[in-house]
Design a protein around this ligand. Sequence first.
Ligand code: FAD
Length: 291
Amino acid sequence: MKISELLKQKEVTISCELFPPKKGSGLAKAHEVVREMAKLKPAYMSVTYGASGGISEHTVDIANEVQNVNGITALAHLTCASSGRDKIQEVLAQLQEKKIENILALRGDIPANLDFPLPNQYHHASELIEEIKAFGDFCIGGACYPEGHPEAESIEKDIDNLKRKVEAGCAFLTTQMFFDNDILYNFLYRALKKNIEVPVIAGIMPITNASQMTQIASLSGGSILPRRFRAMVERFADNPAALKQAGIAYATDQIIDLIANGVTHVHIYAMNKPDVAGAIFDNLSEIYHAE
Ligand code: FAD
């Protein structure tokens, strides 16, 4: 099913993100993760594409496993900055063949060639969106950044660019992770002022080990993390079991506040950890009904 339809049909949705293995040897383990995650019956599962914008050999395979083996709608990520048009067309044909109709269209990180973009390279996700639209009948989503994309001159300029991206053909947006819901509420207000009216799916990352902090620091563009969040990580950094429990509770708390305030579509950055996603689903068992 197209995610745009799914978001209309269900008032509250909770979805999960997976990443494919780097090497083919990890495929069996990845399939097991898909199976375990599918038992939670998330509204859909997204599968990332490469790391830092690189290409990925296993995204289509894992998305196929999600949808055609385990019966959960798949959202395949696709990045374009490191790919030429031929590679993009090849992946789109594979997705079409597997009847995977949802794509999260991303630019990815800028590749190392100093003369980027070369004539056959994409500059922005919006160009990829146009290409996907021309290729076939896909439901296309895009990324958005409640604290502004790290490269953007200002939050205002970033929202102007986001508006262009939506106009290129995004049916929904998924946010970068954030740890203070007020940041998302402010962003939603600014987006609405620019008449960005597609559904925005709130991305929540449960912190379960201290090393994730480095990744967060690089993604958040140097923003200040909430005091409550920092205190939690500092207090439990040396006690992995306690940090995992606290991280699950923090993410649950964020989701409950979002749903209570009308942000009813939530995406969990589950980091291939079905136990963590499962604990959050358990905590929400009276709030979110998978069926
Ligand atoms: P764009 O929308 O192209 O924006 C990038 C920058 O360019 C922004 O600063 C924007 O303001 C600016 N911009 C956009 N359009 C224009 C324009 N027309 N003119 C001038 N400036 C413009 N990375 C991966 O490698 N694999 C993944 O699977 C992956 N999944 C992700 C999922 C989510 C939900 C998110 C939030 C990010 C994900 N990323 C992934 C990271 C993403 O690729 C990077 O954040 C990347 O730097 C930007 O991608 P984008 O699609 O947002 O780019």
